[in-house]
Write a protein that binds this ligand. Structure first.
Ligand code: HGY
Ligand code: MN
Ligand code: MN
Length: 422
């Protein structure tokens, strides 16, 4: 296996440097279309240039680099992930999948290596959906699925997405130009930390992803009746907090019963006073499964149970779906090619599913997609304790390099065969 130690160190340090760009001095929090997002794009642009790429920001705020083939008409292989984070996030979720390819291209540039295909790197601007609630906005723009209704999505400061774009120097009326539909893209490969404990339990640096779980997200509003905490008898209350709490527990029970994962990650109560019975609670639901029909069955059971609680507790419930993405299977050929490259670089090739969502889900409508997972310590993610080893970056660089070298040889063989036929 080629030694990429110095390039692995470069990736490691750059993750630290990028993690300094945050809207919160106490933790990593970088959101779509904020000044911090644009600053991160500019830093990534600098590194793309140093690696011999031309670089640009597209009309959806995604940052691109292209390591061009000598053949202008060649197809592109796109490598990338996201540059935004969850609040109090880790410094490898997303970033690793942008910085690792840039350093691999730095290695190609340093060694004057060229390929029969363009290699493009993309840093998507919004995978987590932290700022506007909807997710995969950057990659959906690239895949040609931007929805005009998103212009009115609001952040917690009541700034709509259209205004946020203007403040970031972008024009939402131009966002459709970010689409690569009809482009000559052969494949999208996303490198990402596993965000789970499996590779660590197998003592493997790298794994190949079989498929990405589908997900739905909702904002659920429970409206009850405010009242005096001291005078309203318990049996006469329409307490939104107790109703929402019972609903959250029925979500947990349904997830256990159907074997899916369902999370209530956000819950706000109003008016939020100690001595007032809450009249309104808003909470989020994130429900996922590798199997769409299972997720749909679990969701139907949850909706039925919540309707029963709504009636019994005399509250009213409003559902608002903020995200829906069916499960995506990775392309079989690309998966085999990544397994082959992995087997050439680590003692065994292993494949596993992804419970987390990724930009590859959006890109799958544009071109064949595949993912390479890298081990992360104790599977911790969406947390500042997210950690990886430089030696695992080394292995991942070697696997991605091997994949591109093998792919290049396939091109040469096709060209050779065509020449024979001609
Ligand atoms: O939520 C997810 O699965 C991803 O981290 N956005
Ligand atoms: Mn994430
Ligand atoms: Mn991610």
């Amino acid at each position: 296996m080629l030694d990429f130690t110095s390039y692995a160190e470069q990736v490691y340090q750059r993750c630290d440097e990028l993690a300094e760009i945050s809207q919160d001095r106490q933790c990593l929090d970088r959101r779509y279309l904020t000044p911090q997002h644009i600053a991160a794009n500019q830093l990534v642009a600098k590194w793309c240039k140093e690696a011999g790429m031309n670089t640009w920001q597209d009309q959806a705020g995604n940052q691109w680099g292209c390591y061009a083939s000598d053949n202008r008409d060649a197809p592109a292989i796109v490598l990338g992930s996201h540059l935004d984070t969850v609040p109090n996030g880790g410094k490898y979720d997303g970033m690793l999948g942008v910085l690792l390819p840039i350093s691999l291209i730095q290695y190609f540039h340093d060694n004057n290596m060229k390929f029969p295909f363009h290699i493009e790197v993309v840093g998507f601007g919004d995978e987590e959906g932290t700022r506007f609630g909807s997710t995969l906005l950057g990659s959906q723009a690239v895949a040609g699925h931007w929805q005009d209704k998103w212009a009115s999505l609001m952040d917690s400061n009541e700034i709509c997405l259209g205004q946020a774009m203007r403040e970031a120097g972008l024009d939402i009326n131009q966002v459709h130009k970010a689409s690569k539909e009809g482009g000559n893209i052969e494949a999208f490969i996303e490198v990402h930390i596993e965000q789970g404990p499996v590779l660590e339990s197998k003592n493997l640096a790298v794994g190949v992803v079989t498929g990405i779980a589908g997900a739905q997200r909702f904002n659920i509003q429970v409206n009850g009746m405010a009242g005096h905490a001291g005078t309203v008898p318990m049996a006469m209350r329409q307490d939104a907090v107790n109703a929402a709490s019972e609903m959250a527990l029925c979500i947990e029970n349904a997830a256990l019963e159907f074997g899916v994962v369902a999370t209530v990650g956000k819950m706000n109560t109003l008016p939020g006073a100690v001595n007032v019975i809450a009249n309104k609670v808003e909470f989020s639901l994130d429900i996922r499964s590798e199997y769409d029909d299972l997720r749909n069955k679990a969701l139907a059971a949850i909706q039925e149970k919540i309707a029963e609680i709504e009636t019994r507790r005399q509250v009213s419930v409003k559902w608002n779906e903020t995200h829906s993405a069916d499960a995506v299977m990775c392309d079989e050929n690309l998966k085999e090619q990544l397994m082959q490259a992995t087997a050439q670089c680590q003692q065994s090739a292993f494949e596993l599913p992804s419970g987390a969502g990724h930009d590859a889900m959006a890109m799958a409508s544009l071109c064949p997609v595949a993912m390479l997972f890298m081990r992360c310590e104790k599977g911790i993610s969406h947390h500042p304790d997210e950690a990886i080893k430089a030696s695992d970056i080394d292995v991942t660089l070697a696997v991605l390099n091997q994949f591109l070298i093998n792919k290049s040889a396939m091109y040469d063989k096709v060209e050779y065969d065509n020449a024979l036929i001609a």
